[in-house]
Unconditional design. Structure first.
Length: 126
């Protein structure tokens, strides 16, 4: 092997070694950067988790308040319906009493007529 080839091989070996060192350094940098990104990502996920839980708690409170309002409205409406039903029953009772009084009067007039007819028949039969 001639001197030039030996120098070229030696130079190539030194360049390869230098590239290996640079590659290892770059890999260490990448691993460090990936570790940093992993930590940042975990921190962001933790922040999102906290925010999401807070939002869910707010929604839970809001939903409970709306349910309480709905419950109050429903009870009020049910009470109003109860009053309407009672008023309707009172009105129906009054109307029924009027009808019974009218029927009672009709029965009394019929009974008086029957008595009158019986008296006339009795007087004719004597």
């Amino acid at each position: 092997m001639d001197v030039e080839t030996a120098i070229a091989i030696e130079s190539l070996g030194a360049g390869t070694a230098r590239l290996g060192v640079e590659l290892r350094a770059a890999m260490v940098d990448l691993r460090t950067e990936m570790g940093d990104l992993r930590l940042e990502l975990r921190a962001e996920m933790a922040d999102l988790r906290v925010g999401l839980r807070a939002e869910m708690a707010d929604l839970r409170v809001e939903l409970r308040a709306e349910m309480a309002d709905f419950r109050v409205e429903l009870r009020t409406e049910m009470a109003d319906l109860g009053v309407e039903i009672r008023d309707g029953l009172v009105e129906n009772r009054r109307h029924t009493q009027v009808l019974f009084e009218s029927l009672h009067d009709d029965i009394r007039m019929l009974a008086e007529s029957v008595v009158s007819v019986n008296m006339k028949l009795d007087s004719l039969g004597r």
